[in-house]
Design a protein around this ligand. Structure first.
Ligand SMILES: *Cc1c(COP(=O)(O)O)cnc(C)c1O
Length: 376
């Protein structure tokens, strides 16, 4: 029996065709027809007028924050329960993150806490420059109330949809409502380019500036001319080819991951103390990862007992994200709330959820979790 991974790449033959096409036309370069097509197809899919393909989701967020005017001394509100990449680019720019706790309904940023923080800072004459709103594990946050608050106080809303491609918020896609949105095509995400990201926006000027900064901020001149410092952040034409192939099967990947969730919940939902991540009423989650919590007071065992039992059976599972305010590198950073994320981290577990996972492997995960609940 081979190891079952949390969320490995799921790549088909269309990807190979696109990549071969790039080789045959000698477009093995950081520009090319796949790059343009990938951007257009992606923009159409998420309903965003402009998309800029980049080397990672982190790079996309860095560019969005810089173009929002974030600089030294500024404050940027950010979801607390998330991967460090949501906040690291804030510090690249010399700005200060301020963390906002989750709400129970979606595990995403609590709109009431976020609005209270924005209003208090605005009253003090120092509204935050931007807000990074994360959509966790395929579930959209409640965007509208946060967006309204941001708009009232001139705060640029940047959506981190790295984990939420294919999800819905009403009839929209999370990532396409704010001033800017970012996506990730890392190897573990719902689609992959082996590594890559996308910046989406309705602001044409912003998209143009992002392309400019992502290619070393080169001014129009026959020689190399630069009036500002940029980055080398573009996605390659080869990786864009992989992305085009992946995009063709996004819908079936969502269906597959949701099927994993349903099977897990049906088989494990009645175990004592086990609760699955809720699906908020405002949209459909992709269930990028199936996440559950285990209340040790009810279950008689904790998340780590179950995680270790899975590991012993050569099955990869992971605790939920550790809240950023608990990370040593962010010790002492201003945080609003924190108890919800702390509980989710203490009790939460992500189960193998890859769109390529066979039913037989899923059954092995289920049997191992059940066994962990039988053992004393
Ligand atoms: C994966 C991820 C990122 C970063 O994307 P990369 O492409 O790996 O740089 C950012 N935010 C969240 C929430 C993520 O899960």
């Amino acid at each position: 029996m081979s190891r079952i991974y949390l969320s490995p790449p799921d790549v088909g033959t269309a990807e190979v065709e696109f990549v071969l096409e790039a080789f045959e036309a000698n477009w093995v370069a950081p520009v090319g027809p796949h790059l343009d097509a990938f951007e257009q197809e992606f923009a159409a899919l998420v309903g965003s007028p402009h998309a800029v393909a980049l080397s990672s989701g982190t790079a996309a967020l860095h560019l969005a924050l810089r173009l929002a005017g974030v600089g030294p001394g500024d404050e940027v509100l950010c979801s607390d329960l998330t991967f460090i990449a949501s906040a690291a680019p804030i510090t690249y720019l010399g700005a200060r993150p301020v963390f906002i706790d989750s709400e129970e309904r979606s595990w995403n940023m609590d709109p009431a806490l976020a609005c209270a923080a924005i209003e208090a800072k605005a009253r003090a004459g120092r509204p935050p420059k931007a807000l990074v709103l994360v959509h966790l594990y395929g579930q959209s946050a409640d965007i509208a109330p946060i967006q309204a608050c941001c708009e009232r106080h001139g705060v640029k809303l940047i959506e981190d949809a790295a984990e939420a491609l294919g999800a819905t918020y009403g009839d929209r896609c999370p990532g396409s409502l704010g001033w800017a949105g970012i996506h990730s095509f890392n190897g573990n995400k719902i689609i992959t380019t082996s590594g890559g990201g996308m910046l989406v926006t309705a602001d044409a000027g912003m998209a143009k500036q992002a392309r400019f900064l992502a290619t070393q901020a080169r001014d129009p001149a026959p020689h190399y001319q630069h009036a500002t410092i940029g980055y080398n952040y573009r996605l390659s034409n080869i990786c864009a080819g992989i992305g085009r192939g992946q995009l063709l099967r996004l819908a079936s990947k969502v269906t597959r991951r949701r099927a994993h969730f349903r099977a897990y919940r049906q088989a494990l939902g009645d175990l004592p103390g086990v609760t699955f991540q809720p699906e908020a009423p405002w949209g459909q989650s992709t269930r990028w990862l199936t996440c559950l919590t285990i209340d040790p007071a009810v279950a008689g065992r904790d998340r780590e007992d179950v995680r270790r039992a899975l590991e012993a059976a050569d099955i990869e599972s992971r605790p939920l994200w550790k809240p950023l305010h608990l990370q040593p590198v962010f010790a002492g950073v201003e945080t609003h709330g924190g108890a919800v994320g702390e509980r989710l981290f203490a009790q939460g577990l992500c189960l193998p959820s890859g769109s390529g996972m066979a039913e037989q492997d899923r059954e092995r995960v289920i049997a191992t979790v059940k066994q962990a609940f039988r053992a004393s």
